[in-house]
Design a protein around this ligand. Structure first.
Ligand SMILES: [Zn+2]
Length: 282
């Protein structure tokens, strides 16, 4: 399994290097022992104390003081160099009584599953439309009360791939690390998830290697039976549903890109009253 390198950078003033660094072995243990077996994505973490530079090519998990995004305790995005970046606002965490290590774990795991913030699960809706669920693995179970300890450090609960699989029956498998979620797409108290509702009637558009768009007609409301009929050829018509995630990429182009307003990146501060800080400018 190829291993991702993540630099955990302490750029905060509220955490001493010794305190921030102490959490890194626990985050590492969570990734290796709990997360990688479930998701098939592993990472090697290296702690970068204040004033030091992260190694080239590493993804960043940066610990900062105060949030630069209204309502956010942390989020993930891309660096200016185009590499995945998670931000953890330890000062804001402390201010609102949240555990910064849970935020760090949250942003780290979500960055590993969806580093480009462009994945989503698609679910048929009864009205013939469809809903896209953002592929964020800690949001549904993100509250500090749902967190668990690894090496004495509190880390975030996270969902398993089955959480995004609508065919799973309630109670049929494990949906999250802590076993609190009972069925796909369930949100625990304090949890949330980004969704994108697509109204019926739009149909699917498939792009091809020759850059020509082919429009299919509307998929039937009872599409599930036909979903297993396989994919349509590029010149086909009729049933338009697709069942493999990779096929939905073109549709996902309509999702807003991150930059100033990252999709589903937040652990919202439950006690948030009025954000006093400004938004990021870049
Ligand atoms: Zn999240």
């Amino acid at each position: 399994m190829p291993t991702i390198k993540v630099a955990v950078i302490n750029a905060s003033t509220v955490l001493k290097d010794a305190d921030a660094g102490k959490a890194v072995p626990a985050l590492q243990a969570q990734v290796h022992n709990d997360f990688a077996p479930a998701w098939g994505v592993d990472a090697d973490l290296v702690f970068i104390p204040k004033g030091s530079q992260p190694p080239a090519g590493a993804w960043w998990l940066t610990i900062l003081d105060n949030s630069d995004q209204a309502g956010a305790l942390g989020y993930h995005d891309l660096t200016d160099q185009g590499l995945p970046l998670g931000k953890v606002f330890a000062g804001t965490d402390i201010q609102f009584g949240s555990q910064w290590t849970v935020t760090a774990s949250h942003e780290l795991l979500e960055m590993l599953v969806d580093p480009d913030i462009n994945l989503a699960a698609y679910v048929d809706q009864p009205n013939g439309g469809m809903r896209l669920y953002a592929y964020e693995v800690c949001d549904a179970c993100e509250a500090d009360q749902l967190a668990y300890k690894t090496d004495g450090v509190l880390v975030s609960d996270f969902v398993y791939p089955a959480w995004f699989e609508s065919f799973r029956k309630a109670g049929s498998t494990q949906f999250d690390r802590q076993g609190r979620i009972n069925e796909p797409f369930q949100l625990l108290p304090g949890g949330y998830i980004g969704i994108f509702d697509c109204p019926s009637g739009n149909g699917w558009t498939q792009i091809t290697g020759d850059k020509k768009a082919h429009h299919y007609s509307m998929r039937p409301p009872s599409a599930r039976g036909e979903r297993d009929g396989g994919r349509q050829g590029s010149s086909g018509s009729g049933a338009t549903s697709r069942r493999r995630h990779a096929d939905v990429c073109d549709q996902l182009a309509i999702l807003p890109r991150t930059k100033d307003s990252s999709r589903c990146r937040v652990r919202p501060a439950s006690t948030w009253v009025k954000p006093a800080f400004s938004r990021r400018t870049r």
